[in-house]
Unconditional design. Sequence first.
Length: 197
Amino acid sequence: MTGAEKLESLILESCGIITTMQADTYAIHREYLREFVRLGKLERIAHGVYIAPDVWEDKMMLLQLRKNKMIYSHETALFLHDLTDRDPLTYCVTVPTGYNTSKLTQDGLTVHTIKRDLLELGVCTAKTSFGNDVRAYNMERTICDIVRDRHKQDAIVVTDALKRYTKRKDKGLNTLMKYSELFRIEKVLRNYLEVLL
């Protein structure tokens, strides 16, 4: 199989969005990427990120491909888990404390930071509206994040998310309470839940 054939196969396999790292993994020389761009078979949309011209641009996935340390959180994670009706106007992400957030804010993202030892707590894979996988916090971590940040959140969004969460069959109340202890919001969360459960 030639490099061009490998690249064609990779484009199909990855639904039209590929990175130079993926090409390297499949031992496809980067010259083939440049050639495909020149021929109009791919568009370079960011450093190391390419998309086929007939593919709808999934902004959430593309942002994550460019910034692999970020995790979708807060209102964006609520949306991904169907815990709110509101489409996020700006995407909310969380990165480790000390991470240079200037490029993320330039991209129009709302950035939250957290200690490195809590960054990966509750990370899961969620599907975007286009069906692509992105890294986001699970429902329990997201509930803890919005309750922790409740003074900066719309009260209606917080209440609606908690109502939707308590009605879900796949909720994990034990996990939620364990996370609430780690984030020191157990008492506040219990007050919310006592009203809803």
